[in-house]
Design a binder for this molecule. Structure first.
Ligand SMILES: [Zn+2]
Length: 501
């Protein structure tokens, strides 16, 4: 088989003040060897697909992969240039001999100026070039999963877990379902249900952990090929934002519709329980100081992985005001502060203005006297099987608080974001990380207590108040019972011509 692989990966927070231009993608490299790398998100799914294809004796043709840290809208010219680069690679491969399979690792919530649905647009262009190929797409579960994406592809699979620990597992599944489709062994048909809900649902905790269990159980039933819950990405003003369920069955549309309907009802029935009831900063610190052992807290709203700047000062300001010592905080994204500290050198004492620079969501900057204790020119951290770059980074200390500051923006995934700079996490009382949920996968291994904190910032958890202009207001939690208002949502069905043959 001839298999084309490629990746375009960013999550767009249309409320973020940070534009996503070509430079944001160049920071991670515009590369054609993502499947052989260890430092880009596409390395995990595309690497898995390459391994599987080689084991089957298939030919892999790898096109461009580009990824950017989540931020605001992608600049139109940047999206169009990246799309064209992928399509040029695809046309060249298709001209040599028709492709059997095209497997794309996409995010699913990329928005550019003039394009509310970049992935839907890209998949349509891919389909136009290779009308007979089986197109398989792996998505992040924080995707919009639009009708356009499902219509022009054969199989879409979103990761099931948040933290996204199952990227390789999903790629494995996508490869085999698509390969069996090429061989004519199966005919995937799809049912998609929009739940009329908007939210955020980490899967390590109840009730979402149980719902993911039910999702896996549904896949074990006869004729069901794969099922995904697209949690959606709330901080994007696009018409189709929201939580959805997508089920593929083997030439069995009623089965796909039944499972999609049943799973969407389970999520809907749990909607009150699924609302995030995280304590705020003050309540979290009251509780943390009363506990013994290591407490790890996630600064939910200043998560660069959701398009926030990563330089908000609300949490640090409260730690300083309370005189809390023996704490570790990070990673601040503040390239100017990194430059000043790196220039001063290890051991230097200096006054810096930290954070609070990117917009109103960042809060006010904090003026601090700090000592520089660590410096790394190319810092990085573990991230679900690849290495996430953090750029030039420093470890600074002020008033008994150790702070990691980086120059490449990223949420904290792994304790080595700190230990890699020399910050010891032994005998600590408190670690505060800029991340919404992904940190939970690795930090739960060292924490005695861990929870997400409702913080001010670019990712407000008040879903009823997100100022959508393009999406209507008929969603939970803005409306208590949208199904009563709109009727129970009907599954939309998708049958490709191949499946009818
Ligand atoms: Zn995600």
């Amino acid at each position: 088989m001839r298999i084309f692989i490629s990746s375009l990966y960013t999550e767009t927070n249309t409320l973020s003040p940070i534009p996503t231009g070509l430079r944001a993608f160049e920071e991670y490299g515009l590369i054609r060897d993502a499947s052989r790398r260890h430092d880009v998100p596409a390395a995990v799914p595309l690497g898995e697909i390459r391994r599987l294809a080689q084991a089957c004796g298939d030919e892999v043709i790898e096109g461009l992969s580009a990824s950017a840290q989540p931020a605001g809208k992608t600049v139109r010219a940047a999206y169009e240039k990246l799309r064209e680069a992928i399509l040029v690679d695809l046309r060249a491969a298709q001209e040599v001999a028709p492709l059997d399979m095209i497997l794309l690792a996409l995010h699913g919530a990329m928005v550019a100026d003039g394009y509310d649905d970049c992935e839907g647009d890209l998949i349509a262009h891919v389909r136009a070039i290779a009308p007979a190929a089986v197109i398989g797409v792996q998505l992040d579960l924080h995707c919009h999963l639009t009708d356009a994406m499902v219509r022009d592809s054969d199989v879409i699979i979103a990761v099931k877990e948040y933290p996204h620990i199952d990227m390789a597992e999903r790629a494995h599944e996508l490869f085999h379902i698509c390969r069996r489709t090429v061989l004519g062994e199966i005919n995937p048909v799809a049912a998609l249900v929009a739940t009329h809900m908007i939210g955020a649902y980490p899967t390590f905790d109840a009730p979402m952990s149980g719902i993911v269990g039910n999702l896996r159980a549904a896949e074990a039933r006869s004729s069901i090929l794969t099922a995904s819950i697209a949690h959606g990405f709330a901080w994007a003003d696009v018409p189709e934002v929201g939580t959805k369920v997508l089920v593929y069955a083997d030439a069995d549309l009623p089965a796909a519709m039944n499972e999609a309907g049943a799973l969407s009802k389970q999520i809907y029935d749990a909607r009150e329980e699924l609302l995030p009831r995280y304590p705020d900063i003050a309540a979290s610190l009251d509780r943390a100081t009363a506990l013994s052992g290591l407490v790890v807290l996630g600064d939910f709203a200043d998560n660069p992985g959701g398009g926030a700047a990563g330089d908000s000062t609300y949490f640090l300001r409260e730690l300083l005001a309370r005189g809390i010592r023996n704490a570790v905080v990070g990673c601040f994204w503040d390239p100017v502060a990194v430059e000043f500290c790196a220039e001063a050198g290890i051991g230097a004492m200096l006054e810096i203005r930290l954070g609070g620079k990117c917009g109103v969501a960042s809060g006010e900057p904090i003026d601090l006297t700090v000592q520089v204790l660590g410096l790394r020119e190319h810092h990085d951290q573990g991230c679900f099987g690849f290495r996430q770059q953090l750029g030039r980074a420093v470890w600074i200390r002020s008033q008994g608080i150790d702070i990691a500051v980086c120059s490449v923006r990223s949420q904290v995934f792994d304790p080595d974001a700190f230990t890699g700079l020399g910050i010891s996490l032994e005998s600590r009382r408190l670690i505060v990380v800029k991340s919404s949920a992904h940190y939970q996968a690795r930090f739960s291994e060292i924490a005695d207590h861990l929870w997400h904190v409702r913080t001010p910032g670019a990712m407000s958890l008040d879903f009823a108040a997100i100022p959508y202009l393009k999406r209507d207001g008929n969603y939970f939690p803005r409306v208590q019972d949208p199904w009563a208002l709109l009727g129970r949502p009907e599954p939309r069905t998708f049958v490709r011509r191949r499946a009818l043959a």
